[in-house]
Design a protein around this ligand. Structure first.
Ligand code: PHE
Length: 573
């Protein structure tokens, strides 16, 4: 039977779509911070090594699986052996959970585009710098003011919501500008320290307060629902309309959309790099970002951070690249495409770091503090630090709007790639029309996202994100390399890739797939269990809340198995 599977309009469309999936929030708010934290230039060296030994080989693997079997992840693994179909659904399930909260971050960005236009976050003169003295997690009511740190908090460690740094609360904090300050104020489940009453008051009206308190209405734990944020519901609906519309006719629509949603954020990123570099003090930030600490190359932590960032950033392990590979025409160039996509993603991340650190350098300079005091990552960077910096500069509104437009265009192709991966799987199995599959999957993800529009939203988001990226992704990648590398055979797959590429990849690929990647992953899983890396900042990740995360990880294979054993259209008994 001749294949009637839909295909990309052109090679460029496919490459852009895969790049669009890979570049995302991770390039802007995760990569710069992880680079800085792990020794700047030294981290870049490790990142490159992991990119070539793990990231690009995995892209080749995923593209070739999809291309060979002409099916999204579940169908592909089913063709390897029917007993493995559940594994494909597991991968699609990880992607599905991610899109439920990726759309929430898009919703924040939609609403912040409006806030930027009206400078809504700047209710009063904000003093962001003071917000970094978040000194403890607490159950105290918002706006409680204390004069001393309660004994019950001493010795506890937590991750500051603003700087995402690990802090331990000590009995006798140093006073003054480097210490916790003398005025303690509780809100959003955290206790903050300030040097003066004026600073404390200003903080109440600062962008940090605006984002966490007014905008999200963050509660102190995931068990406390808080208010439903209707304005966010509007942004959320718009975000979903955008996502679904982008894949309305499958690859046909995506092939056109990506020219805008990949090129626009690149142009905007360039604008922010140039603008950042032109600011006084930017050099200081870049120095922080890139100065290599070579001795870090000997530390396991750096390599772990590098390999996790490579996987996350390339969007491997989420069923996406298998689905995207399945839409490739017969004649294609798997190896070259994978290299182009891997490098484009890395260059984008590098520039993301330049934009972020030049602005942070300027900010630190104007406050007269070291850059280390103003660095942040995750939502704290995009929705608190950056807006604050932008507000201080000329052209605040226009640059604010452009910044959130950049975030949105970066995020949208990651979001629709996740949707498309699941939609394609549903279509393959039940032979539904694309539109129907799209509306069912998108509609379900939309409904599941609604609880995250409440005050507990960011807690749920953070836990789901942590578990999907630390365990979901790693288990999928591990499964893939074991199934192909050790099951059907790395050599056979390599030959397949070579038959469908303009140049041949050597035997090194087999070594990567069979040894290097599985060993890297086992090491990742092992250290994840010990200390929890937190991709999107850290909200309420306390032990009992991990139950929810574990529940996700346990339920996912069960649901996947049910989907695999349910009968698809046109399948025999
Ligand atoms: N690769 C994306 C980024 O760097 C993140 C992502 C992960 C997107 C998984 C889709 C799926 O931001």
């Amino acid at each position: 039977m001749a294949s009637i599977r839909e295909t990309w309009d052109s090679r460029t469309a496919f490459v852009l779509a895969a790049i669009g999936s890979a570049i995302g929030l991770g390039n802007i708010w995760r990569f710069p911070y992880v680079t800085y934290e792990n020794g700047g230039g030294a981290f870049l060296v490790a990142y490159f090594i992991c990119l070539f030994l793990a990231g690009i080989p995995l892209l080749m693997l995923e593209f070739s699986i999809g291309h060979k079997f002409q099916q999204a992840a579940p169908g592909s693994f089913k063709k390897i052996t029917p007993r493995l179909e559940w594994f494909g659904w597991f991968a699609a399930g990880v992607g599905f959970i991610i899109v439920t909260y990726y759309a929430i971050i898009m919703a924040w960005s939609v609403n912040y585009t409006y806030e930027a236009a009206t400078l809504g976050w700047e209710q009063e003169e904000g003093v962001y710098a003071d917000a970094q003295y978040a000194i403890a997690e607490t159950d105290l009511a918002d706006m409680d003011v204390l004069t001393a740190i309660p004994d019950s908090l001493i010795g506890r460690s937590f991750v500051s919501p603003v700087t995402a740094q690990n802090c331990v609360i000590c009995a006798d904090p140093p006073q003054g500008s480097d210490g916790y300050g003398t005025i303690l104020v509780a809100f959003g489940g955290y206790l903050y320290g300030f040097n003066t009453v004026g600073d404390a008051n200003a903080f109440m009206g600062s962008p940090g307060d605006f984002f966490f308190n007014d905008f999200l209405g963050v509660t102190s734990s995931p068990w406390d629902i808080g208010d439903f944020k209707w304005p966010l519901f509007i942004g959320f609906s718009l975000a979903w309309i955008w996502i679904v519309a982008s894949v309305w006719k499958g690859t046909k629509t995506v092939s056109k959309v990506v020219y805008f949603t990949v090129i626009i954020p690149w142009v905007l990123l360039l604008v922010f790099v140039i603008r950042g570099l032109a600011l006084p003090g930017s050099g200081k930030g870049l120095e922080f970002y890139l100065t290599p600490v070579w001795s870090n190359l000997m530390s396991g932590k750096l390599w772990l951070a590098a390999i996790s960032q490579v996987f996350f950033s390339l969007s491997v392990g989420f069923a996406i690249m298998i689905a995207y590979g399945s839409f490739l025409p017969k004649k294609t160039n798997i190896a070259a495409n994978a290299i182009i996509i891997g490098l484009a993603d890395t260059i984008t991340a590098f520039f993301g770091g330049m934009a972020v650190f030049s602005a942070l350098g300027h900010h630190a300079d104007s406050l007269g503090v070291p850059v280390s005091q103003v660095v942040s990552s995750g939502p704290g960077l995009a929705f608190v630090a950056y807006p604050h910096i932008i507000t201080q500069l000329p052209g605040a509104r226009i640059f604010g709007v452009l910044f959130f437009l950049m975030l949105l265009t970066l995020a949208v192709d990651s979001a629709f790639s996740l949707l498309e991966a699941v939609t394609a799987a549903v279509k393959d199995k039940w032979k539904t029309s694309h539109r129907k599959a799209n509306l069912i999957v998108g509609g379900l993800a939309f409904l599941l996202g609604i609880p995250m529009l409440t005050g507990m939203g960011i807690h749920i988001l953070d836990i789901a994100d942590h578990f999907m990226n630390s365990f979901g992704l790693t288990l999928v990648v591990l499964g893939e390399v074991l199934i192909i590398g050790w099951g059907t055979g790395a050599e056979e797959q390599r030959q397949y890739i070579n038959r469908n590429s303009s140049f041949s990849i050597g035997i090194w690929w087999n070594v990567c797939i069979r040894w290097i990647i599985p060993m890297g992953i086992l090491w990742m899983i092992f250290s994840e269990i010990q200390d929890r890396a937190v991709p999107y900042g850290s909200f309420g990740v306390r032990s009992q809340e991990f139950l929810f995360g574990w529940l996700l990880i346990i339920l996912l294979p069960i649901v996947s198995d049910l989907l695999a054993s349910s009968r698809g259209r046109g399948e025999g008994l």
